[in-house]
Write a protein that binds this ligand. Structure first.
Ligand code: FE2
Ligand code: FE2
Length: 299
């Protein structure tokens, strides 16, 4: 038996096409999406529709949760208003109320039945929490959660890295990211699980996709404008497969956070200059950057 599991598409439609085509060639018994299918990239709705059309089960990731929090009647005001979350605000506005209701109905886990009851449980980060990965370290709380989970094989996404570990009687495995991979290789990542010799085995797959198509999709959208300066970091993550947003927010951006859009833009520019990426990005985001800059100067 073979199961293909992918996660963290984040609205990158060309990457999803490449992953699904690669999976199609391999005669699998089941395909599952382990969350963060959408948000923030501009083709998020197209990704959502394609997965529905193909009847691929999806579990809820923290990025689906962001969209739900944005649309909730008592929604988080920071998420709705802060410059930091402009990419979420951009993506959340792409979805219709009916699609948001479908996202709200997603389960946290999806079990795939397997021979001899050796089921695989697919989750986003951990079976109970779509924002906390078991790969980040197994403390007492995580150990209790994993022991409570009947399945011996647990597959997740979230950290955008391909990884596996045996812990007690469990096989813990991460899919990597289909649409926003990290690890200095921009190829789309997914996981193939095969059952033989009485247990599951992981093959960590990568597949080349057209990053040029993704860049065109971004250029044809309002993402770099309406997604604000944080979207520029997402763009550089796609181009380099290196972390940008987390190091920027944790180590570079001052606390308390900048309050205005031009201040955020200036900090993101300073960061990109410090790591030597500003000149490479300028051709993509000069219009977005200078529209903020000219507004600042004209005030
Ligand atoms: Fe993700
Ligand atoms: Fe995630």
């Amino acid at each position: 038996m073979k199961i293909a599991i992918f996660a963290d598409v984040h609205g990158n439609l060309p990457a999803l096409h490449a992953v699904l085509e690669d999976i199609d060639r391999q005669n699998v018994d089941a395909v599952v999406c382990a969350g963060d299918a959408v948000n923030p990239l501009p083709a998020s709705v197209a990704v959502w529709k394609l997965l529905a059309e193909k009847n691929i089960p999806i579990v809820r990731g923290n990025h689906e949760d962001y969209l739900l929090a944005y649309h909730h009647p008592n929604g988080n005001t920071i998420l709705r208003n802060s410059v930091q979350f402009m990419p979420v605000q951009y993506a959340a506005r792409l979805f219709s109320p009916a699609e948001i209701a479908e996202i709200a109905a997603l389960p946290l886990t999806h079990a795939v039945s397997a021979p001899g009851g050796d089921d695989v449980l697919v989750c986003h980060a951990s079976p109970a929490d779509p924002a906390r990965s078991f790969s980040a370290g197994i403390d007492d709380e995580m150990a209790a959660e994993l022991r409570r989970t009947p399945a011996k094989t647990i597959a997740g996404g979230h950290v955008h890295m391909q990884w596996q570990m045996r812990w007690e009687d469990k096989f813990l495995v991460l899919t990597g990211s289909a649409g926003q991979p990290f690890g200095e290789n921009t190829d789309a990542q997914y996981l193939m699980l095969s059952h033989w010799g009485g247990r599951w085995h992981a093959r960590h797959c990568t597949v080349r996709y057209s990053l040029a198509d993704t860049l065109r999709m971004i250029a044809d959208s309002d993402f770099l404008f309406d997604g604000g300066p944080i979207a520029w970091l997402t763009l550089d993550e796609l181009l380099t497969a290196e972390l940008r947003m987390v190091p920027f927010l944790r180590k570079f951006c001052p606390t308390p956070r900048p309050s205005t859009l031009p201040e955020w833009a200036a900090w993101v520019r300073r960061y990109l200059e410090a790591i030597g990426r500003w000149d490479a990005l300028l051709p993509y985001l000069s219009e977005a950057y200078f529209s903020i800059e000219s507004e600042r100067v004209s005030r």
